[in-house]
Design a protein around this ligand. Structure first.
Ligand SMILES: [Zn+2]
Length: 499
């Protein structure tokens, strides 16, 4: 009887905003999701994650699964050394002590920066795995916002990323990785990786795949994958809020031959470079933009507070945009989310129906951009309280149980009687699923304005409702304005910093 195959599966995901003041410790991974051993398969089987596709592959090949860890934290500042050491230690320990394996399949982000490791967290992990298991196929599915490095490319057999932003194709792309790895095992396929960096620091706000230039860039990857000899083609938009040498846009093509892979890479790269002006954000004055939203007559209108996007490392508690919306008296506004555990505690002590005055938000100082936290004093009513937990039914993270911690709805009134309901959370949470509102009794369909601290991921749940979207330039460490951020370590020249 042949030996049963064995796969090492692991997830380790963090998008590190090196300008963010929010510490990324092990607890932050626990807050979003940290599973070990058999709990990994239990948590992710059948969900819309790359690791779910790996579990399916193991099942299809009747392979035994060793799953030391699956951990993801919401984007924030540098990953603390202890957390990085513990999580990578689990993966490396399994590779060393529980092998040999027929494949190592990883679900990584690609923009993790541990303290003191400006080369990023993924390259060193992969090179250590390669040293432990030199002959074992290593396949990695990355986020589209990964900042790729030579060390990653040198130590992975398969490297590719999501093609849709908002990332509703996580499991689908994981299936591509799984298919290539299966061919390596069964057919002895030996993929080559061709890659390159564009020298462009693209803005994530410009990477939505419904819009240009990313729409065509991703269409080109699909086209390339239909050609003989091409296994997978990826455009990594990169993550621009990272002052590390390798931040920026890159193209990665996995092929059966060097020539074919290089050709596709060069074509896609030429397009990305030719579009360089389109990867940059254009500023609009906040007062004027809110005024434009106020004039809308088809609802709901999405108001994007994109400079304070949790999903890119924002503190989710800057109040600039909320203050301006109240000042201009927009009516029927629902906000997701303001992070303020102390305010939630006060509201839960006061109880539903109580009226109180809160110094809401503004609890986080942001030394990297010279800002201190500025709360907004508001009087209003506690409308609802919840434990913040629900299961995602929308297209992103489908099937996952998520939590925003103890959560409350605070209802207040702006100029001229405009009403606003604010979802206040105890954990940082980017609103990309309707659940953030519906779990606490707000029907977003019937709000006139949905003020979201998000950038592109909101489209997963909210785009079908949106009659209009207005991008608002507020305050925060996820600003799209490079003039506010100070870059010291990024490789120069890079466009548009050196435009
Ligand atoms: Zn991403």
């Amino acid at each position: 009887m042949p030996r049963r195959r064995r796969f090492l599966l692991a997830m380790l995901k963090h998008e590190t905003n090196t300008f963010s003041p929010i510490a990324t410790d092990l607890q932050r991974f626990r807050d979003w999701g940290l599973y070990e051993g058999e709990a990994v398969v239990k948590a992710y089987r059948g969900t819309n994650h790359p690791i779910a596709a790996y579990i399916d592959l193991a099942d299809a090949m009747e392979a035994e699964i060793v799953s030391p860890v699956a951990a993801e934290a919401m984007p924030s500042g540098y990953v603390q050394r202890e957390a990085y050491g513990y999580l990578t230690g689990r993966i490396l320990g399994a590779a060393r002590d529980e092998g040999p394996f027929d494949a190592i399949l990883l679900d990584l982000h690609g923009a993790m920066v541990p303290e003191g490791m400006d080369e990023g967290g993924e390259g060193p992990l992969l090179s250590k795995l390669r040293a432990i298991a030199p002959q074992t196929p290593i396949g990695v599915t990355f986020d589209m916002h990964g900042n790729m490095t030579q060390e990653v490319m040198d130590n992975a057999d398969v490297a590719l990323c999501y093609k849709i932003y908002p990332h509703t194709d996580m499991a689908e792309v994981g299936r591509t990785t799984a298919r290539i790895i299966r061919r390596m095992i069964e057919e002895g396929l030996k993929p080559v990786i061709s890659w390159g960096q564009a020298g462009i620091l693209a803005q994530t706000l410009r990477m939505g795949t419904a819009d240009e230039p990313m729409k065509t860039a991703q269409a080109m990857t699909h086209e390339a994958e239909k050609r003989p000899g091409i296994l997978a083609a990826s455009v990594f938009g990169g993550f621009p809020m990272a002052d590390i040498p390798d931040a920026g846009l890159s193209v990665v093509v996995v092929g059966e031959s060097r020539d074919a892979a290089d050709r596709s890479r060069d074509e896609i790269m030429a397009y990305c470079k030719a579009q360089r002006d389109e990867w940059a954000y254009r500023h609009e004055d906040l007062t004027a933009a809110v005024g434009r939203a106020k004039g809308a007559n088809d609802f709901p209108v999405i108001l994007l507070d994109h400079a304070d996007n949790v999903g890119s490392g924002g503190s989710s508690d800057t109040m600039t945009v909320i203050a301006e919306v109240l000042r201009q008296g927009l009516d029927g506004v629902a906000v997701a989310t303001v992070w303020d555990p102390a305010a939630v505690k006060k509201m839960s002590e006061a109880g539903v129906g109580a009226t109180l005055t809160l110094d809401l938000g503004g609890k986080t100082d942001m030394p990297s951009i010279g800002e201190t936290g500025k709360p907004l004093t508001l009087t209003g009513r506690v409308k609802r309280l919840s434990d913040g937990e629900w299961i995602v039914r929308g297209p992103m993270y489908t099937g996952s149980r998520v939590t925003s911690g103890p959560t409350a709805v605070f209802e207040t009134v702006g100029q001229g009687g405009g009403t606003m309901q604010i979802v206040v959370t105890s954990l940082h949470h980017e609103p990309w699923d309707l659940g953030i509102f519906t779990h606490i009794g707000i029907d977003p369909q019937h709000c006139r304005y949905l003020l979201l601290k998000s950038r592109i991921h909101y489209r997963a749940g909210f785009q079908p409702l949106a009659k209009m979207t207005v991008t608002l330039d507020g305050t925060g460490v996820t600003t799209s304005d490079n003039r506010i951020l100070k870059f010291d370590k990024i490789k120069r020249p890079i466009w548009p910093l050196d435009a």
